[in-house]
Structures are given as structure tokens and as C-alpha cells.
Ligand binder design. Structure first.
Ligand SMILES: [Cu+2]
Length: 144
């Protein structure tokens, strides 16, 4: 009996922070930035996001001291050409997973003020609609 009570207490201690801090119920994994050419003023970041909570979550902005500007972009093919569009927000239904991946949606990092070179780590903050945020470490990877 004592043991099962303890188990319940542990369970609640795990679940309550997720419910209380909304952005923490967005699980961000595989966060990485493609190392840009040395002369480039832009870089692209990628990640997988999953809503592990029970309510819809909306990522409303992404900020980092790494760069002058960070925004979410999606890519579409129009007339055989890839075009980027600004994404105002990213909505995630419960259990929904989205992938920001090469040739698709990505983070656009403009005007880096820190070196975005392979083996560096760049911290990027995800902000949710309720004002909470979660910091994510993006690894810079060389792909060529
Ligand atoms: Cu872009």
C-alpha cells in the first residue's frame, strides 16, 4: 500500500510540471543546424517536434541571441522552383509530430553573431502561446 502510494506520488510529480508549463509538453528532438558556407549570412536549422501533452500547443515564436533574426519557414515547389514562406506559428494537436527537415520546413537563422561552425552548439528558445518557453540546444553539423 505504501509502495503504491509512493508510485502515485512519483507519477504526479512527473505529470504536474508538464501540465503546468505548456511549452514543456512540446518535445523537441534531433535539433541541428547545417553548417553554412563561411561567407554565408544565413543558416538553416532542423528539428522534430512532438506534442506529448493532452492539449493543443502553439509555437508562436523562436528566438536566439545567436542571430539577428530567427524565423520558421516552410518550403513549397511552385513552377518547379522551391520557394520559402514565413510560418507565423506552428500548431500541434495532442500526439502530433512534425519534422523540420532539409527540403521542407526549417528555421531560418539570419545574421549570425556567433560562429555557426560544426561542433558548435547554438541555444534556440521556443516560445508557446501561453508565454512559456523552452531552450533547445542545436548542434551544428557539417553535411558536405
Ligand atoms: Cu528559409
Amino acid at each position: 500500500m505504501i509502495l503504491s502510494g509512493l508510485r502515485i506520488a512519483i507519477l504526479f510529480s512527473v505529470l504536474i510540471p508538464l501540465a503546468a508549463v505548456a511549452c514543456e509538453s512540446v518535445d523537441i528532438t534531433n535539433a541541428w543546424i547545417r553548417e553554412p558556407p563561411p561567407s554565408s549570412n544565413v543558416a538553416a536549422g532542423y528539428f522534430d517536434a512532438m506534442n506529448i501533452g493532452s492539449e493543443e500547443q502553439i509555437i508562436t515564436s523562436i528566438k536566439s541571441s545567436c542571430c539577428a533574426r530567427v524565423s520558421m519557414h516552410e518550403t513549397s515547389i511552385e513552377g518547379g522552383r522551391a520557394r520559402m514562406h514565413h510560418l507565423d506559428a506552428l500548431k500541434l494537436a495532442p500526439t502530433e509530430k512534425v519534422n523540420f527537415a532539409p527540403n521542407g520546413a526549417h528555421l531560418m537563422l539570419v545574421g549570425p553573431v556567433v560562429p555557426i561552425r560544426s561542433s558548435e552548439v547554438v541555444e534556440i528558445n521556443f516560445f508557446c502561446l501561453d508565454g512559456t518557453s523552452t531552450p533547445i540546444e542545436f548542434k551544428v553539423l557539417r553535411t558536405n
